[in-house]
Ligand binder design. Structure first.
Ligand code: FAD
Ligand code: SF4
Ligand code: SF4
Length: 434
């Protein structure tokens, strides 16, 4: 059931509440403009909120994201809609756009939910937890994780058996199975697309056995194992809960690889693998960590020193592309590779393998703009009209782009890009108002 659209006016619509979208929202709001930040997930924060620490400083990622989140949350010029889908955006004339939004129901009255999680305790249904990348379960009545923003429960109606246990347990009676999606019609002067990136799906490389071999995980799963909001209190291998002692990293999984249609370098995988390997040396001091690589790309400020630091900590580096991985009966993995140093084919055994998956485009925005064609580059990222001088300009006047929407980049670059997009949007509004 849906309702008639409510009409709202803002200066800027920002699509996507990752670090780039949040940063752009704060910049624009601080300049006195009204912003709506529309996020499709149940929480803002994007991938950064789920990371362990950040390279090359090893600051806690959640600790530096949450102050930004609360600044956006409390800002009088920022309205945040989570669990929201933008269905269309139409340019009306040089001065404004019309956008249609659906705020999906949580089946919970947000303003009355205290985040007490009693519904979660009472719910008997367990399904894989998407915020822990499937490594543990969550309930059908759930809060994504402790530092989610807003910290409000949601009923996952697709898996709910309508037993009513959550309703009975809720002390504020805020669970409402009759709650419907809400439609909104926005008038905005400018739009920033900050929908971020997707992770390469490692099941596409069948010879790496991701999804079939139990002790092969991707790097985002390792981030979760190392993060403060981690699923277990330990780094363990998912197959049998054993603490691993011989861990392998397979760099460039799904990057720089024509065979999977992604020839570009993802820019972040070498560095996040070096980071995770260093964190593992701290978490599991007796473990042996080996990084298999084509070439280490440590191009940023402090990155080469970070690489040297990893080497000095005893992390092993093997130059060679992994050909295939096979699983032994005990769950260990045999990696077959060409050792470039000796020019020979070799095999090595590890008890946990981490696939350093690459960055692929999120093409959500491509269907939003109707007749105003949203152009893409050869790699399916949105076309940057002026890559050198105005990288945040899209091919549609008045629509700007921030962060990894436009291509792979790390957090500092996503923040810089958000700064550029927000200033372009402000200038555009000021010019078109004249
Ligand atoms: C394993 C791993 C480790 C990393 N470690 C580091 C590190 O240590 N240091 C570092 O600098 N970088 C690191 N990065 C890179 C970092 O995650 C990115 O630079 C950063 O998250 C980019 O932020 P973003 O806002 O551009 O995109 P995202 O974080 O992808 O955020 C995009 C947001 O948009 C929302 N969205 C998507 N589509 C829509 C839609 N249609 N409508 C509404 N909302 C939508 C998403 O739900 C999300 O909230 C790492 C990345 C990975 C994968
Ligand atoms: S009604 Fe649905 S969400 Fe609530 S406790 Fe039962 S299964 Fe869980
Ligand atoms: S829905 Fe009710 S029980 Fe669940 S977290 Fe909110 S207030 Fe607590």
């Amino acid at each position: 059931m849906t309702t008639q659209p409510e009409k709202l006016n803002f200066d800027v619509l920002i699509i996507g509440g990752g670090i780039a979208g949040i940063e752009a929202a704060i910049n624009i709001a601080n300049n006195g403009f009204k912003v709506i930040l529309a996020e499709k997930d149940l929480t803002i924060g994007g991938k950064m909120l789920l990371l362990s620490k950040v390279f090359p400083t090893l600051d806690c990622s959640a600790c530096i994201t949450t102050p930004k989140i609360s600044e956006a949350d409390r800002h009088p010029n920022i309205t945040i809609f989570t669990n929201t889908e933008i269905t269309s955006i139409e340019k009306q004339d040089a001065t404004y756009f019309k956008a249609n939004l659906v705020k999906h129901t949580r089946f919970v009255e947000e303003e009355d939910c205290t985040g007490c999680q009693l519904c979660e305790e009472a719910c008997p249904v367990v399904v894989p937890d998407q915020y822990q990348y499937g490594m543990v379960g969550r309930k059908a009545a759930y809060i994504p994780f402790n530092i989610a923003s807003p910290r409000v429960a949601t009923i996952d109606i697709d898996n709910c058996i309508l037993c009513g246990a959550c309703e009975k347990a809720c002390p504020t009676h805020c669970i409402n199975f009759m709650q419907a999606d809400k439609n909104y019609r926005l008038i905005v002067k400018s739009v920033i697309v900050a929908t971020g990136f997707k992770l390469f799906d490692a099941t596409k490389i069948q010879r790496y056995q991701y999804g079939t071999a139990k002790n092969i995980i991707n790097a985002m799963q390792m981030e979760r194992l190392l993060a403060p909001t981690r699923p277990y209190n330990h780094v363990i291998r998912p197959g049998d809960g054993r603490v691993p002692d011989k861990i392998a990293y397979v760099l460039c999984t799904g990057s720089r690889d024509f065979t999977v249609g992604n020839p570009i370098c993802s820019q972040i995988c070498c560095m996040y693998s070096l980071k995770q390997a260093q964190l593992l040396m701290g978490a599991l001091p007796m473990a042996d960590v080996t990084i298999y690589y084509i070439s280490i790309r440590s191009f940023g400020k402090g990155f080469e020193e970070f690489y040297e630091q990893a080497k000095s900590m005893g992390i092993n580096f093997v130059k060679g592309k992994i050909g295939n991985i096979t699983e032994k009966e005990n769950g260990n993995l045999i990696l077959r590779y060409e050792d470039v140093a000796s020019g020979r084919l070799k095999e090595s055994e590890h008890d946990l393998v981490v696939l350093s998956v690459g960055v692929v485009p999120n093409e959500d925005a491509s269907s939003l703009f109707g007749d105003a064609e949203w152009k893409q580059d050869a790699f399916h990222f949105p076309l940057q009209k002026d890559l050198l001088f105005n990288p945040s300009l899209s091919n549609i006047n008045g629509i700007f782009m921030a962060g990894t929407t436009t291509g792979p980049m790390d957090i500092p670059d996503a923040i810089l890009s958000a700064g550029a997009a927000s200033m372009e949007a402000i200038q555009y509004i000021q010019k078109t108002a004249l």
